[in-house]
Ligand binder design. Sequence first.
Ligand code: GLY
Length: 426
Amino acid sequence: MKVLVIGGGGREHAIVWKLAQSKRVDKIYCCPGNAGIAELAECLDIKPTDFDALLNLVRYEWIDLTIVGPEDPLAAGIADVFRKDGRKIFGPGAMGARLESGRAFSKDFMRRYGIPTAEYRVFSSYIHAEDYVRLKGAPIVVKADGLAAGKGVYVAKTVDEACEALRLIMKERVFGEAGDRVVVEECVQGEEASFMAFTDGTTIIPMVSSQDHKRVFDGDLGPNTGGMGAYSPAPVLPEEMERTVMEKVMRPFLRGVQAERMDFRGVIYAGLMIKDKKPMVLEFNCRFGDPETQAVLARLDSDFFEIALAVSEGKLAQASVAWKPEASVCVVAASGGYPGSYGKGKVIKGLNAVKRMKDVVVFHAGTGFDGESTVTAGGRVLGVTATGADVPAAKARAYEAIAKISFEGMHYRKDIADRAIGRSAC
Ligand code: GLY
């Protein structure tokens, strides 16, 4: 079988790595891929939103299954285009993807199906939004309605901060038309966790729990990033809580998908806030999380290709989804300056030394090849991922590995998974 993976980050490297372990996969293509993915797949420089070129590739190379990593092509309807052409694709259609690409749509969906979420209002007028913020007071959360490359969410500690967020989104239009509307919502406290599940629109099967680290510096300080590391399992989501999330969030989500006739075949990822053993949905994403996927797929015991194919065919109920008991930890190595501006083309040293380590895999994110060496090509560069008997063991191994890697300006958090270790050790 031939598989195309769309995307070029650490998440896609983890997907390709897992696919490459399947006996049923003969060849993997990736668009655009990165230097690490190129060791396992044929990488082609086609943009994830160039549907014509991607579809032509699938037609002429006789590709059996396409798996979509990032949200942009899903929001733009790649799954609808491919299915109309009779192609198998892992990812929801544009209507399902709106649960991520339209925050107001998503919140209204949650309300319609009784999914617990923070109280909110939607505004298309700056004045009305500001009046509401002043009425409600702070802390308060201001979100741009549309996709904003992982940005667009402001957790305002003061009314002035909230008004500044409104000004940036609605007046300065820093996120373009994604800021035509804003969602202003109550700031809920608790502990965040990521809950991802496979679904084909009829069956829903949870993945193991995980938690990412969004802030750039240790102690959850500094600006938000795409994610500086992740670990699995997350102690805030023990089995009993998983059952609660399935009952209160995932099954109502599936009822909504069916009632609204969404073609949802892929991953539903709920960003949760858990307080007093009660989950609340902060946001839905319609794709695998990054870097959660690196930690989660490291624990998948089953054949990922079989699962993805079953999802795309609406036969998930027939697939086997089993997990390894080990824990995993992924530590992201980022470019100097990230999440602000950063340079590229820095030579990465130490990758071969880590390749020889057992229970460790380095997922490439922003990397390229300059003809001689593997070099940096993005903000998040590598996701050094290790498994171990429990979270402390996986963490120790991941940090042992990352210590062997270096590039100019490299930085990484030293406290990935400490939250888990502080609470209970897996
Ligand atoms: N780790 C956060 C995300 O994938 O959106």
